[in-house]
Design a protein around this ligand. Structure first.
Ligand code: GAP
Length: 513
């Protein structure tokens, strides 16, 4: 059995080998927590973005999409609270000189206890077989209950200390839990300090005229400052949403875990503007809707869970994460936040401009409340990619590596393969590829034996291989091979488009929502 660490290493090396993700500026030894998407990665990322945009923007009559600039007036970040409060608690190890996020050290300590619970469950499952009742076991097994209580107590104390800015207590907690530097085992820690995550830059040609700017740490503020422009020009009525996708930048302290935590990343966010007082209803609505979107991709309901925030951000009155089971355990994939009227009110205050909505039904103006859904595109990429990568034992005793990407997201939908490089087969295969190109991203591949080409396409995540052989010359039929089942069918060339469409069409996937 492959352990989690090995599985994660495999994910990273597979992403490189098959042209999905490269370390940025690799020839200069890379840049920490910055990555480039390669030929297949760019397609997969685009397909995920499109899948989100279709579901969130185009399928909703009351949600529109925008594309705001990355640079924003610096007062934006004063108003939003990021200048004063967008901090992470950091701690240095005096011996190793390594820097860590204090909250992450504590969370990782809890994750280790959680792994012990999983082990107990696994053992009990084996012992009791079919009669095993997991819920009852978790609630009654004394050791497991104690582990869970320890986790709850630790996380809630940490949340309280962070909320109260009591950094001395965060350090005390690290010491009480005997947390050591994961790299060296040293427990020689500095005090915990706050560290602002925004990157600063300058705009303007000369030193006298230049202005200090920040690279945006979230896309949300581009929506808030445009709220009234969009509402008026679109004649939108509350409730309505504004969505956008785009780059965000954070000077993360913990820059490990591949594309999970990056310094430059992409967000897909939607701010839903509502009548004050209706936020609980909309919070529940968007929790449910977003989970359904995830489940529509068929990556297994057991891989998702909600996690309610104990420590609320400065703008929220309720918040939760949708967590996904990554190769390194359950971690945040998406956030759903009830942001109250915090952002619009702050922008009113700092800009001196009214950001209110006249409600014709109520016959009065008010600052709307906001429900936000915010997902990291790169994190979603990692969720999809890592979940899809499997090693399969075949009946003949061999194994194959297959990337079982949801076919709607796969970068290449079909590979067209002439059985041999002669007898007119390449010409027919190229003709088929040229025709299918109008509807799908396809690949033409004539190198190596056909079996090896199948394996290559399996590892690449291509849902269909279409093989042109000598029978094609007589009857215009080809073999179509399905990636997951490896089943092969003989079909007419003219039917290929419909067969592929049925499997990869966004409509059929989103209809599952
Ligand atoms: N506008 C709200 C907001 O930005 P967040 O929880 O800080 O909320 C939302 O971020 C999502 O953005 C997260 O759930 C995660 O998927 C993604 N994200 C945040 N920081 C990231 C990072 N450093 N690298 C990759 N993705 C990140």
């Amino acid at each position: 059995m492959v352990n989690q660490e090995d599985k994660f290493k495999k994910v990273i090396s597979h992403a490189k080998e098959y042209g999905y993700v490269f370390q940025s500026s690799e020839i200069y030894d890379g840049l920490s927590a910055v990555y480039d998407y390669a030929q297949n990665g760019a397609e997969l990322k685009k397909n995920i973005r499109d899948y989100w945009w279709k579901a969130m923007v185009q399928m909703h009559d009351n949600i529109v999409g925008i594309d705001a600039a990355i640079f924003m007036h610096p007062t934006t970040w004063k108003a939003s609270g990021h200048v004063d409060a967008f901090n992470d608690p950091l701690i240095d190890n005096k011996d190793s000189k390594k820097r860590y996020r204090a909250d992450v050290l504590i969370e990782e300590h809890c994750a280790k206890i959680e792994a012990k619970i999983d082990k107990e469950v696994e053992k009990a499952e084996k012992r009791f077989g079919d009669a095993f009742d997991k819920t009852q076991f978790l609630a009654t097994n004394q050791r497991v209950v104690e582990y869970q209580e320890k986790i709850n107590a630790t996380l809630s104390r940490m949340a309280k200390s962070l909320e109260n800015e009591d950094l001395a207590d965060v350090k005390a907690l690290i010491e009480e839990l005997e947390i050591a530097d994961p790299l060296t085992g040293s427990r020689n820690w500095t005090e915990v300090k706050q560290f602002n995550l925004m990157f600063g830059t300058k705009i303007g040609a000369s030193a006298e005229n230049s202005m200090d700017l920040y690279l945006r740490p979230e896309t949300a503020q581009g929506i808030f400052v445009n709220f009234l422009n969009v509402q008026k020009s679109g004649r939108l009525k509350i409730p309505f949403g504004i969505a956008q996708t785009g780059k965000a930048f954070r000077n993360e302290i913990v820059a490990r875990q591949f594309i999970f935590r990056m310094r430059e990343f992409e967000q897909m966010e939607m701010q839903f503007f509502i009548k004050p007082g209706t936020q609980v209803e909309w919070y529940n609505h968007w929790k449910e809707t977003r989970l359904k979107w995830h489940l529509s991709l068929g990556m297994g309901g057991e891989n998702y869970r909600f996690h309610d925030h104990e420590k609320l951000a400065h703008y929220a009155d309720a918040a939760c994460d949708i967590e996904f089971k990554f190769p390194f355990g359950f971690k945040e994939l998406e956030g759903i936040h009830s942001r109250t009227d915090f952002d619009l009110s702050q922008h009113e205050k700092f800009s001196g401009k009214k950001l209110q909505y006249f409600d014709p039904e109520e016959n009065k103006s008010y600052v709307p409340y906001v429900l936000e859904t915010s997902i990291g595109l790169d994190r979603m990429f990692l969720a999809v990619f890592s979940n899809s990568l499997v090693e399969e034992e075949l009946e003949n005793g061999t194994t194959r590596t297959v990337l079982k990407l949801p076919s709607v997201l796969a970068p290449v939908k079909a590979a067209i393969l002439p059985l041999v490089k002669k007898d007119g087969l390449p010409e027919i295969a190229k003709q088929i590829a040229d025709d299918l190109k109008w509807d799908f991203n396809v690949d033409y591949d004539e190198k190596d034996a056909v079996g090896r080409r199948y394996r290559r396409q399996d590892a690449n995540g291509t849902p269909f291989c279409i093989t042109v052989d000598h029978d094609t010359l007589n009857d215009n039929t080809v073999t179509i091979r399905h990636r997951d089942s490896m089943e092969q069918q003989r079909v007419k060339i003219e039917d290929l488009r419909n067969i592929i469409k049925l499997e990869v069409d966004v409509r059929s996937w989103l209809m599952k929502m």
